[in-house]
Design a binder for this molecule. Structure first.
Ligand SMILES: [Zn+2]
Length: 193
């Protein structure tokens, strides 16, 4: 299931040990018949046409409520999946290892690249130099005049709530810069509350 071009160890080595090999990816990200399973949870794999049409429809018809719906859906999905993975792989103990695992999962699921630049239990700063939703939006609709990575914001909130042992809804995530606006990177600021 993992694309051969993905370096499973990218940035995830501790004393020469590849942390990512602790994960049995054939089990955690597998295909069973027509279903794709991430850590026991069935996931839907969609192309950018579906994802961006869903995104645009929600914004066009519901405005900020539609964007928030995308946020909470992504938040809840990764919150449950990441907690399940952490419960199964107790050797991944440190916060840094969990953050690096989160980046790897984001990449392995084809969502893009995220770097937790400065992060702690009270929040921090995250950048994304590349993402599925940015590429998809620009291909279909071109530059936009406000940030649009609602899925990524929710995903970041959910995975950090799982890592820091917080309930969903604990973090707000604001996107300060967005590649959909032709900024150099997407930049996310995370805060409590
Ligand atoms: Zn963005």
């Amino acid at each position: 299931m993992i694309p051969s071009s993905v370096d499973r160890c990218a940035g995830i080595r501790r004393k020469g040990v590849c942390m990512a090999t602790l994960i049995d990816w054939n089990q955690e990200l597998a295909r069973k018949g027509h279903r794709v399973i991430l850590s026991g949870v069935p996931v839907a794999m969609h192309c950018h046409h579906y994802n961006i049409n869903l995104h645009k429809m929600l914004e066009d018809t519901m405005g900020d409520r539609g964007a928030h719906l995308l946020f909470t859906a992504a938040e809840e999905a990764i919150y449950g999946a990441f907690r399940s993975i952490m419960a199964q792989y107790k050797k991944i103990r440190t916060t840094n290892s969990k953050l690096e695992l989160a980046s790897t999962i984001y990449q392995n699921c084809g969502l893009g690249v995220i770097h937790f630049q400065k992060i702690g239990p009270k929040g921090g700063r995250i950048i994304s130099p590349s993402s599925h939703h940015v590429t998809g939006w620009l291909a279909k609709h071109g530059r936009r005049d406000r940030p649009g990575c609602h899925f990524a914001r929710g995903w970041i909130a959910g995975v950090l709530e799982a890592i820091y042992g917080r309930p969903t809804g604990n973090y707000s995530v604001v996107e300060r810069e967005c590649k959909m606006m032709r900024n150099e990177t997407c930049t996310f600021i995370v805060k409590e509350g």
